[in-house]
Design a binder for this molecule. Structure first.
Ligand code: DQQ
Length: 492
């Protein structure tokens, strides 16, 4: 008999890989996709995730599980859900959520059996280690008329009034719908119609979520007065894989959008929000790979989670996305970043030289608006001393763009290199750019208005430098950099 499976051993072995993140959550080994079942239960955060425990490729989908006290340091837990060969989830335990049902942790997920998708429950003990699938499964047996039997998945449940509400993503002909259900027990559900219809043809809403922007719908007085009935609807859309958000009202079981945008324009998909015990809306999203399947197999793992983010509305009703405050605890050695004005060329930054850093820099444009020549400031990270390998984060405050240019990120010709761009509304004011670098992850926030998470795979051991440069009338008005700590023991 072999030694029992210990995720800690797997983590230690994989930590030596050059692209393994130091402070983002990655699976102990093999495959990870969507975050599932996010919940803070008795003070402890739990992250479940779509997981193939046998191979670093999608398939045989289980629910992996980890817990954390601070959203940064995670402890692996036993696998929570596995397909049951004789059950309605024989072909996979697809995405879903977690709720606290009067002290009973309860997972609501999609069971896949052949080409049928049905909504199911699992209940946990107080430690969230042991999970049972009650015989009442499936709790939603068939998709409503007109809804494809397979494209009916990803339940998201919340407390509403004296019962429960649930949205489920669905592909319909000719549109895509977010379906609404109500229940008082979690075990019997009544279909209430589409809470939202996306009338574009051939779109499938995966992982929909509807959340009150004032926390649990109660909110702090300040927010309630200011924001009134403000809800956030999220969806991950096939086939474009865009992650869209809509801010609007939710009245009489219908969602009416008034603003919309892209949540993260990078390698980011299937995020899930949850409300924590301090009523923050926290979002975790899957960061996909941009390397070949062969490279993922060679690495022994695939996929990771973006930093947990807090979502909120500003005084003008615009959605803000910022890393949770806890992330500041990772900061170690601090360095000043120099100011770089127009015409200063490329300025090499001596320190830090590290593949795990946070950079905060203020970038000014010309203030002349969008019709002008491009004026941008660039922050090069993961840069080799000769500059042949580098990932360039380019910010144009006049046009309101943040771009990650990956054309020189890697000497490996097999990785994806296309540029990724996020947009924000230019105000004429300087933009505070916050950039997290974690070996194969570059996660950028522009003042909280635009987000972009990209995967890059430098090949050289010395691709760990930083350089700053500008074009047109833009400038870097200085900033700060920190080396960031690893969140894993025994990190190589
Ligand atoms: N991933 C899950 C589905 C979901 C998709 C399967 C989104 O439940 O629709 O692994 O990435």
């Amino acid at each position: 008999m072999g030694a029992p499976y210990d995720p800690a051993d797997e983590r230690t072995a994989l930590a030596r890989g050059p692209h393994r993140p130091a402070y983002h959550f990655a699976p102990p080994t093999n495959w990870l996709n969507d975050p599932n079942g996010l919940i803070q239960f008795d003070g402890t955060y739990h992250l479940f995730y779509q997981h193939n425990p046998a191979e670093p490729v999608w398939g045989d989908i289980h629910w992996g599980h980890a817990r954390s006290e601070d959203l940064l340091h995670w402890t692996d837990m036993p696998i929570a859900l596995e397909p049951d060969a004789a059950g309605v989830d024989a072909d996979g335990c697809f995405s879903g959520c977690a709720v606290d049902d009067g002290g009973v942790p309860t997972l609501v997920y999609t069971g896949i059996d052949g080409d049928r998708a049905r909504q199911c429950l699992a209940t946990g003990d107080e430690t969230l280690r042991q999970w049972e699938k009650p015989s009442v499964n499936p709790v939603v047996e068939t998709s409503p008329p007109g809804v494809d039997a397979f494209d009916f998945r990803d339940p998201f449940v919340w407390r509403e009034g004296d019962g429960w509400s649930m949205v489920v993503g669905a592909a319909t002909e000719p549109d895509s719908r977010v379906l609404l259900y109500r229940s008082s027990t979690l075990r019997e559900w009544e279909y209430r119609g589409a809470v939202f219809v996306d009338d574009r043809p051939d779109v499938m809403w995966e992982c929909p979520a509807l959340v009150a922007l004032d926390g649990r719908g109660r909110g702090r007085d300040r927010d309630r007065d200011r924001n009134g009935n403000q809800y956030l609807l999220l969806g991950s859309l096939l086939p474009t894989r865009a992650v869209r958000y809509y801010v609007g009202s939710y009245v009489d079981e219908r969602f009416e959008p008034r603003a919309e945008g892209v949540l993260d324009a990078g390698d980011f998909y299937a995020p899930q929000p949850f409300v924590d015990e301090s009523e923050r809306i926290v979002l975790v999203g899957w960061v996909e790979e941009a390397r070949t399947e062969a490279a993922q197999r060679a690495a022994g793992w695939s996929g990771l989670m973006a930093l947990p983010r807090e979502l909120s509305l500003d005084e003008d009703g615009r959605l803000r996305t910022t890393p949770v405050d806890e992330v500041r605890r990772l900061r170690e050695l601090e360095y000043d970043l120099p100011a770089v004005g127009p015409g200063d060329g490329t300025v090499l930054v001596d320190q830090p030289r590290s593949e795990t850093v946070e950079l905060v820099a203020e970038v000014s444009g010309t203030g002349a608006g969008t019709g002008t020549e491009p004026s941008s400031a660039s922050i090069s990270v993961l840069r080799s001393p000769n500059g042949l390998e580098e990932t360039v984060v380019r910010v144009d405050p006049d046009r309101g763009t943040v771009t990650v240019d990956r054309s020189h990120s890697s000497d490996d010709p097999a990785v994806e290199t296309h540029e990724q761009t996020a947009h924000f509304e230019p105000t004429g004011d300087p933009v505070m750019v916050r950039c997290f670098v974690d070996r194969s992850v570059v996660e950028v926030y522009a003042d909280g208005w635009a987000c972009l998470t990209s995967r890059v795979y430098p090949t050289r051991a010395d691709s760990s430098g930083i350089a700053l440069s500008t074009t047109g009338g833009a400038s870097v008005d200085g900033g700060t950099a920190w080396e960031l700590a690893s969140v894993w023991d025994d990190f190589a």
